[in-house]
Design a protein around this ligand. Structure first.
Ligand code: B12
Ligand code: SF4
Length: 562
């Protein structure tokens, strides 16, 4: 019996990778090599990764297996159709088929939902006996012990950056709303026995490998044990980890000592509100800079995942995020557009709010807007994203990010050049015209004469002041969000306002109303103290108007609204 396993290519005018890019940055998934290893030895099994070689649709095979993420689904269905037209049965598994098995079943003969380990052999047996079932789903997650080593020998190794991929864990202890991992693996985090991982690593040729885990440090005790045992092998490795890793200096040290040279870290957003919305509050915005430094201090390169289009993102998000990457010398910023993947809580929310634009899965690629953003139009989000991709890999931005004292300068530059090639193919974008204004409207103004401040009366404020503390009261913080749909700028003020602070406010807000910003709402709720001169100035300049219908509206003015 002959089985052909196929990883569909993604065909897209600018997202698809050329052979050259694949050779520079790409590593093969472990999906099909794992399936091949699970296939009984008396069966001839071959792999086609369509990203690196064409599919032979005329091949004489008995069964075809196709995998695919959401964005690959339409291509996977086309492939299935071609083989089925010739009477070759097709089985589909992987993230998309597991999320939408009924849809997938329309195009294939059988669907494997979830992991294949406990069902693949049975499926082959059924096929041999002519009684293939429509769906296969294991009763439980598979054991992580004694997993067969993936059949890397079936890949065209010279076509990739590396084929040295190893998985040590499955799942993730976190549950970010946009992520497919927890949906797929449930709330489990399973680790392979360390000695089996070490044995697999020992068998790899060359000294570099990728651990394709979703979060390699999800269980710190396990990760420490793994890194300790990796050390003597003197390999270099890359992987993905959540930012919580940076809070354990010993873990980070061990990772570096065991050969970690690069980590993909999901930073996602610089807004705490956004992170809270997507259940990722364990990423603490105020610790980001420190966290990035801790990783760099260990000579580990950072590939940062950053998402645009979350509900608190306004037009200022693109520039703010890029400047953050430059300031922190993030070697490889990886920008994504928020993408509601079927099966995730994000998808359910967007669907119930009627915000999905369509279900053309090929567009669910992380680089195309597929939903209605809250504070921007679809067009602004798409163009801003395109701008960030291009600008982030402009020479100017690359230079700002690659120069720092850590090792591997050449590697940093070469990886940036490879990413630049991809970024250059992105269509023209533009920085939204309000971006600069919004940077100035999200700032901290130091105060000069806090002696004259009058602490506001009223229980609420007194409480606030205690909470904010003396340090915050020496500054005036501006938090602004612009809603493009309402053409309204919302500004929350926090801290104290003395005469200089009020002058600065007036300066920054003078002329802010224009064709785009048609209304400003100033929220004084978190202002603990004013000087009388500040109040006089703000009121003279019209910033304390409370009447509905005006273009300037002040709300929660202490002493007025209680
Ligand atoms: C490595 C990896 C990548 C690498 C790809 C490597 C490369 N080529 O350079 C990189 C980092 C580039 C990447 C990119 C992306 N990835 Co990715 N990636 C992974 C990761 C971490 C591991 C994949 C893997 O090898 N798994 C190990 C194998 C053994 O597991 P498996 O694929 O699930 O297969 C098992 C079962 O699903 C089943 N099965 C699967 N297929 C089939 C087929 C048949 C016939 C059968 C019977 C069974 C079966 O059997 C297998 C054994 O149990 C997964 C997460 C994960 N844990 O799988 C995400 C994951 C697959 N990626 C994901 C996403 C979204 C992406 C991106 C779209 C992100 C983006 N927005 O740009 C891009 C797309 C890139 C592209 N053009 O293909 C999502 C997919 C979600 C979804 N529903 O589509 C995942 C699940 C991660 C997540 N956070 O949600 N990815
Ligand atoms: S930490 Fe990463 S892998 Fe884990 S649930 Fe969140 S996004 Fe997914």
């Amino acid at each position: 019996m002959r089985i052909r396993l196929i990883d569909p290519a993604y065909e897209h005018p600018y997202i698809s990778h050329s052979q050259k890019v694949i050779k520079n940055i790409w590593f093969a998934h472990l999906t099909l090599t794992t399936l091949a290893a699970l296939t009984p030895p008396d069966i001839e099994v071959k792999i086609t990764d369509e990203n690196v070689e064409p599919i032979d649709f005329e091949e004489d095979v008995d069964l075809v297996g196709v995998t695919g993420m959401v964005m690959h689904a339409p291509r996977a269905y086309q492939i299935a159709q071609r083989f089925r037209q010739r009477g070759v049965p097709v089985v589909m598994g992987g993230p998309h088929a597991s999320s939408l098995p009924l849809e997938a079943k329309e195009y294939v003969d059988a669907v494997v939902i979830g992991e294949a380990e406990n069902v693949w052999e049975g499926l082959i047996e059924d096929f041999k006996n002519g009684c293939l079932k429509p769906f296969y789903k294991a009763d439980a997650f598979c054991s992580m012990e004694k997993l067969p080593f993936p059949r890397l020998d079936l890949l065209r190794k010279d076509e990739y950056m590396t084929i040295n991929c190893v998985q040590t864990t499955r799942g993730c202890p976190h549950q970010c709303d946009f992520c497919h991992v927890t949906h797929f693996f449930g709330k489990t985090y399973r680790c392979r026995p360390v000695d089996e991982v070490i044995e697999e690593v020992k068998r790899l040729e060359g000294d570099f490998l990728v651990f394709i885990d979703d979060n390699i440090t999800g269980n710190r005790r396990y990760a420490k044990e793994l890194f300790t045992q990796l050390k003597p092998l003197k390999k270099k490795w890359a992987s993905q980890a959540s930012m919580t890793l940076t809070r354990d200096p010993e873990l980070l040290k061990l990772a570096a000592e065991s050969g970690c040279v690069s980590l993909f870290i999901g930073v996602e957003s610089l807004s705490s509100e956004n992170l809270k919305d997507v259940n990722k509050s364990f990423n603490q915005v105020h610790q980001f800079e420190e966290a990035m430094k801790a990783v760099h201090d260990r000579d580990i390169m950072i590939v940062a995942g950053l998402i645009f289009g979350l509900d608190h993102d306004d037009e200022g998000v693109f520039e703010r995020t890029l400047r953050f990457c430059e300031r922190n010398r993030i070697e490889l910023p990886s920008f994504f557009l928020l993408t509601p993947l079927p099966g995730t809580p994000l998808f359910q929310r967007m669907e119930s709010e009627g915000r999905l634009l369509h279900k053309d899965w090929a567009q669910y690629n992380g680089a195309t807007v597929v939903f209605k953003p809250r504070l921007m139009t679809e067009e602004t989000l798409q163009r801003g994203f395109n701008w960030a991709c291009k600008e982030g890999y402009s020479w100017g931005s690359i230079f700002k990010r690659v120069f720092h004292p850590q090792q591997r300068f050449i590697t940093r530059v070469l990886s940036n050049i490879a990413y630049r090639r991809i970024a250059q193919r992105t269509p023209e974008g533009y920085l939204p015209s309000l971006s600069r204004i919004l940077q100035r409207m999200n700032d901290t103004i130091p105060l000069q004469n806090t002696r004259d401040l009058i602490q506001q009366v009223g229980e609420k404020i007194a409480e606030k002041r205690l909470l904010i503390g003396q340090k915050a009261a020496d500054t005036l913080k501006l938090y602004s969000v612009y809603n493009e749909r309402l053409k309204t700028l919302f500004v929350r003020l926090e801290g104290s306002i003395d005469r200089e602070g009020a002058k600065e406010l007036v300066k920054r807000f003078k002329g802010v109303l224009n064709v785009e910003i048609q209304k400003v709402i100033l929220d004084f709720k978190d202002v603990g103290a004013f000087s009388s001169e500040a109040i006089a100035l703000l009121s003279r300049k019209g910033l304390l108007q409370t009447e509905e219908g005006k273009r300037w509206i002040a709300v929660n003015i202490p002493g007025m609204s209680g």
